[in-house]
Design a protein around this ligand. Structure first.
Ligand code: NAP
Length: 252
């Protein structure tokens, strides 16, 4: 909770959570923790993004994208987050049993009703974003993207062209991930952390990428905030691009 408050104090303006982020046996749900932390936070209000249609049951992660389920999840999130409106509400995963258009229409209806301000999609393909965009205004896409998992670059560029914000989740490769060797070399040479190099690369991987960083300590929050001042040289970016295993070019 202190880490969230500290992050807000240091200028972080978006807190990302989800119904699915509560681990079994945890006393408080992830959303309740965010609500409590933000109640006691000082500084300007942070935006809160959460997600529905996906949750955790023991080791299982069910998906249910039916309109009634999404509406129920949204209403529960509003209650738990103690807000009149959710700033950004994502369809966490496309439900293969429900036409995507139906799930997205439900989110669009929630926006019209004022329950949510923006509609988002998570874990989608370019084709799914295209289909969803014919049903509703999609404000944000949240997919995995990091130097170690660069496949999200294609949809990040697609988002940039459409004016959709691309949020990169697991931007450091996830908890416990080792930075790629090239990153460690560059970080050591220029005297910054490996996280800063990875975050600075994300800023140029596609225009307007927003990293969603899973820091649990104030020290790592502070380190990541510093990445906003780091500009990698053309030579370093070229070295990183060469090290990435990706079929498509990383810049256009
Ligand atoms: N939409 C989806 O399906 C989906 C899926 C997965 C994740 N997400 C979102 O993405 C967020 C981040 O993903 P993630 O936690 O998997 O991956 P991540 O942000 O790539 O990695 C988190 C790990 O990085 C460490 N870290 C953070 N900043 C650091 C820094 N400056 N220096 C060194 N280590 C640093 C954290 O350590 P400390 O704990 O020590 O700070 C933690 O172990 C999640 O919290 C969630 O909101 C979304």
């Amino acid at each position: 909770m202190e880490t969230i408050r500290d992050a807000v104090k240091r200028g972080i303006r978006l807190i990302d959570t989800a119904r699915a982020y509560t681990r079994p046996g945890e006393e408080s749900t992830a959303e309740a923790l965010v609500a409590r932390a933000l109640r006691g936070a000082s500084g300007p209000d942070a935006l809160v993004a959460t997600k529905g249609g996906h949750w955790r049951e023991g080791d299982q992660f069910p998906v249910d994208g039916r309109p009634a389920t999404l509406r129920a999840h949204c209403e529960a999130s509003l209650r738990i987050l103690d807000r009149d409106q959710i700033d950004l509400f994502y369809l966490h995963h496309v439900d293969p049993r429900v036409p995507l258009e139906e799930s997205v229409a439900a989110l669009s209806e929630m926006r019209r009703a004022g329950l949510i301000r923006h509609v988002g999609l998570s874990n989608v393909t370019v084709d799914q974003l295209d289909r969803a965009s014919r049903v509703a205004k999609i404000s944000a896409v949240q997919n995995r993207l990091s130097l170690g998992h660069p496949d999200g670059v294609e949809i990040a560029w697609d988002c940039a062209r459409r004016g959709v914000v691309f949020m990169a989740y697991s931007p450091l490769g996830g908890a416990g991930a080792k930075p790629p060797q090239t990153v460690s070399g560059i970080a050591a040479r220029i005297g910054v952390s490996t996280a800063q190099v990875q975050l600075a690369w994300l800023r140029v991987a596609a225009p307007g990428v927003v990293p969603i960083i899973g820091a649990t300590r104030s020290a790592t929050v502070l380190d990541s905030v510093r990445a906003s001042e780091l500009e990698l040289s053309r030579a370093d970016l070229a070295e990183l691009a060469r090290s990435v295993h990706h079929a498509k070019p990383l810049t256009e």
